[in-house]
Design a protein around this ligand. Structure first.
Ligand SMILES: *Cc1c(COP(=O)(O)O)cnc(C)c1O
Length: 421
């Protein structure tokens, strides 16, 4: 008998399963393969995660980490939430993907629950956050032309400096981060930038052609930056007075991250449209949406906008389960309590390296002083078993899953203190 031919990669995968093939690849090999075959549009920490559960993630050597990145707030329910995973597993035996050419009951229930959760009247499902922002921009412009009667192609949208709304060519065109734009132009016109939190600047920027103000309630990627108290409510009033739509991008701050379902709820600042994503996917799957008033969302007519995967049945049930778990497990309250505990503990560390601690709920930024070697600090966090990464302005972001308990919060503080020594 001939010696058996070695299996090709495809046969190996087919016969033994993808997970078996993955399990044979070491952390070092995985990193090398990623750098060789992947475009270098990220600079990851030198950590390769092979499994995760709850607030913990593990590398191939079995080292445990507390996941304080939480996929930038997308892992709010903890890794592999029982309820969200069980919901997805059941759906895998039923139907996962049709197109918007037909109705599905799953999408129907998603739309109803998103509206109920956000207090909005209609919603438009998408997959990723950037798509939700793009959708809101299209809605705002069409609303401006068809309802407000702005002259064609003159609609303006006011945005904040240091914003982060995603990475499409339109969106990076109104970023103030040079690297996000460098070599990617030409950009879409129609966006006016004002300093974040400056209500007078917004007022000055408004013209009869202003369609909308699009902002984050807290600039998370921008370094966990808060506007002055009262800004959100004043912005709401200013938009009302000028017949301008207020759009909050709550893709990162939403779904209980800041201790309330949405960060705008800290003031009387209900938006006309809200961009949703990240945690809406229950830590499992990309799900995003725009929700808003019937007046704003009604401007879309068949063919105006779409997405092949947007609102598919699998995504729908995952998002429905994700919102239900936030409600029934009272994760807003846990986020508020645990976030306050973490920020207090950070303030009590008493390290001369720390410049500032800012946070609301479980979105906490630890800003280190000029001169502190952030690359070295980053490796010390890894040594301590903490996954955290800096956003802009030397600020390390701590956004662990919202299911975290007090003992683990105290552990994060103790490990952070050790890393800062
Ligand atoms: C992450 C994020 C986005 C973009 O979401 P993607 O799913 O990465 O496209 C938009 N806005 C804010 C505030 C975000 O944090």
């Amino acid at each position: 008998m001939n010696k058996a031919e070695p299996l090709s990669l495809w046969q190996d995968i087919e016969q033994n399963g993808v997970q078996a093939v993955v399990a044979r690849i070491s952390d070092a090999e995985a990193i090398e393969m990623t750098e060789r075959y992947g475009s270098h549009n990220y600079h990851p920490l030198p950590v390769n995660i092979v499994r995760a559960k709850g607030v913990y993630a593990y590398d191939g050597a079995g080292k445990q980490y507390i996941d304080c990145i939480g996929c930038y707030s997308a892992v709010a329910h903890g890794h592999l939430s029982e309820f969200v995973c069980e919901t997805a597993r059941r759906q895998l035996d039923k139907v996962t993907l049709v197109s918007r050419a037909m109705y599905t009951t799953e999408l129907a229930l998603l739309l109803k629950t998103v509206c109920e959760y956000t207090g909005m009247e209609m919603a438009c499902p998408m997959n990723t956050g950037a798509e939700a922002v793009e959708t809101a921009i299209k809605l705002a412009r069409k609303w401006a032309y068809t309802i407000k009667r702005v002259p064609q192609d003159k609609a303006e949208i006011i945005v904040a400096a240091e914003n982060f709304h995603g990475r499409t060519t339109t969106i990076v065109g109104f970023s103030s981060e040079p690297q996000y734009k460098q070599d990617f132009g030409p950009f879409t016109p129609g966006f006016i930038t004002v300093p974040f939190g400056d209500i007078e600047a917004v007022e000055r920027a408004m013209t009869p052609n202003t369609a909308a103000v699009l902002m984050e309630p807290i600039q998370a990627e921008g370094g966990i930056i808060f506007p002055p108290d009262g800004f959100m409510a004043r912005l709401r009033k200013l938009c009302d007075a000028n017949n301008v739509l207020l759009i909050w991008d709550e893709i990162q701050t939403g779904f209980c991250r800041t201790g309330k379902p949405f960060a705008w709820q800290f003031e009387d600042a209900k938006p006309d449209m809200i961009c949703l994503g990240k945690a809406l996917g229950g830590g499992l799957f990309p799900v995003a949406a725009v929700a808003g008033s019937r007046e704003a969302l009604s401007v879309f007519k068949p063919g105006d906008h779409g997405s092949t995967f947007g609102g598919n049945p699998l995504a729908s049930v995952i998002a429905i389960a994700a919102m239900a778990e936030l409600q029934t497990s009272n994760l807003a309250e846990n986020s508020a309590r645990m976030g306050a505990r973490l920020a207090d503990a950070f303030r009590n560390i008493g390290s001369e390296k720390v410049l500032d601690v800012r946070g609301r709920g479980l979105l906490v930024g630890l800003e280190v002083k000029e001169g502190v070697d952030t690359a070295e600090l980053s490796s010390r966090f890894i040594e301590q078993g903490l996954l955290t990464k800096e956003t802009r302005h030397r600020t390390f972001r701590f956004a662990p899953p919202l299911v975290i308990d007090a003992a683990t919060v105290d552990e994060i503080a103790a490990k952070t203190k050790a890393a800062l020594q």
